[in-house]
Design a protein around this ligand. Structure first.
Ligand SMILES: Cc1ncc(COP(=O)(O)O)c(C=O)c1O
Length: 410
């Protein structure tokens, strides 16, 4: 029988994850979306839950752009014009004018010379870090960086790797000091927003340290920031953490973002100077050997960037900040600890596995979708429920969730 010896090994591996509490388990399947109306934001129906409708407090679509008519119409229009898929990788015959226009739009949005899109931010990170790392490069990384950075570091072949404590700028400084004179190039990598907690990297201080050490590395200290949760959602005009903390021009050398969170579509991108992007077009495996996003997605993403970069976008960002503040203040009133901040990721610090699971269940039973993070996914004592505010939630939605939380007596 095929796979008769492998199958039980794989089943045992999954059973082990289930026992350890780290298995992702069965997925909720969305079978219907009702658009927002009046003081009610969008509602989601799930398979097996009959006509029950849920408020989705665990979506990365921070501005609700995936459901905005002009974004959906742009996707339809792009699809009608060019078909459902690109049909080839970029350098063969898969480059459409909408891909090029989107890249120009993203470069302009972030004030950089050039941009390059990929099928996801995950692919962007792997395909940007690996080519930029030589065997004379030291890779320096925050200990809480996203899984895509961790895996990119596993694939890269640097002279050495150095991990610094979360947002610990003096430890970053010490790591660069250790490697100065030993590696030609340093690549410092950090998330902009750390998605489990909604906190952000002190990019102004990190950029200053990188500049201070720059002369001591023959091929520079390069600062690469993955701000997938920040772009479109954070900073006065949605430029992300570098705008929020005020990093001077040239402070972040390579910026990675996603089109699949605040921009509401799908795909990833990198912006930087023209030479670096030109180098990546010749060396990034997931750019050269993997399809780009569809023409429809590219057109939708361009419409989303145009929206963020408009008066309407600034109003949506202000509304998002106001809703986030309202939710955090409400949590304070009902006595639930959080990590305060402007980013719409609002972690409820429950600090107990049983209580976290019970609260997630209570919210689900009352029509609210959230994400529980328990030990061993997070350290013991840091168990939390991650909630995410979206601009298409309403004040009434936020108040309703607070009411449901207040009624929990676990
Ligand atoms: C920091 C960071 N980078 C990359 C990604 C992946 O984004 P995408 O879905 O576009 O691959 C995520 C998604 O959770 C993220 O948090």
């Amino acid at each position: 029988m095929p796979l008769d010896r492998l199958t039980p090994v794989l089943e045992r591996d999954v059973a082990r994850l289930e026992e350890a509490g780290t298995a992702k388990g069965a997925e909720h399947v969305v079978v219907g979306v009702r658009r927002g109306e009046g003081d009610r934001g969008p509602r989601f129906r799930l398979e097996g839950e009959a006509d029950r409708e849920f408020i989705r407090m665990n979506s990365n679509s921070y501005l609700g752009l995936g459901l905005r008519p002009e974004v959906m119409e742009a996707e339809e229009e792009g699809t009608r014009r060019y078909g459902a898929g690109p049909g080839a990788v970029r350098f063969i015959s898969g480059t459409y004018d909408v891909h090029v226009e989107l890249e120009e739009r993203l470069a302009a949005f972030h004030g950089r010379e050039a941009a390059m899109i990929f099928s996801s931010a995950y692919a962007t990170i792997v395909s940007t870090i690996v080519p930029l790392v030589t065997n004379e490069t030291v890779l320096v990384s925050d200990e809480l960086n996203h899984n895509c950075i961790i895996n990119a570091m596993k694939l890269a072949r640097p002279a050495g790797k150095a991990i610094y404590g979360h947002n610990d700028v003096s430890e970053l400084e010490a790591r660069l000091d250790e490697w100065a004179g030993k590696a030609k190039r340093a690549l410092v990598v950090t998330d902009g927003i750390f998605s489990m907690r909604g906190d952000h990297a002190p990019l102004d201080e990190i950029a200053a340290v990188c500049r201070r050490f720059d002369d001591r590395f023959e091929e520079n200290v390069v600062l690469l920031v993955d701000d997938s949760h920040g772009v479109g959602a954070f900073g006065e005009t949605g430029r992300g953490v570098e705008e929020y903390v005020g990093v001077p021009d040239g402070g972040v050398d390579v910026l990675v973002g996603t089109l699949g969170k605040a921009f509401g579509v799908n795909g990833g991108y990198v912006v930087s100077n023209a030479a670096l992007v030109r180098f990546l077009r010749e060396s990034s495996p997931m750019y050269i050997y993997s399809n780009p996003i569809t023409p429809g997605e590219a057109q939708a993403a361009k419409a989303a960037v145009d929206f963020v970069d408009s008066e309407g976008g600034r109003r949506a960002l202000a509304h998002l900040r106001a809703l986030t503040r309202r939710f955090e203040e409400g949590l304070g009133r009902i006595g639930i600890e959080t990590i305060p901040g402007e980013h719409p990721v609002v972690p409820l610090m429950i600090r107990d596995t049983v209580r976290t699971r019970a609260m997630v269940r209570h919210l689900f039973d009352h029509g609210v979708l959230v994400t529980g993070l328990t030990y061993p996914v997070v350290p013991k004592g840091d168990e939390e429920i991650r909630t995410q505010i979206n601009a298409d939630h309403t004040e009434a939605d936020v108040d309703r969730v607070l009411e449901i939380l207040d009624a929990f007596d676990g």
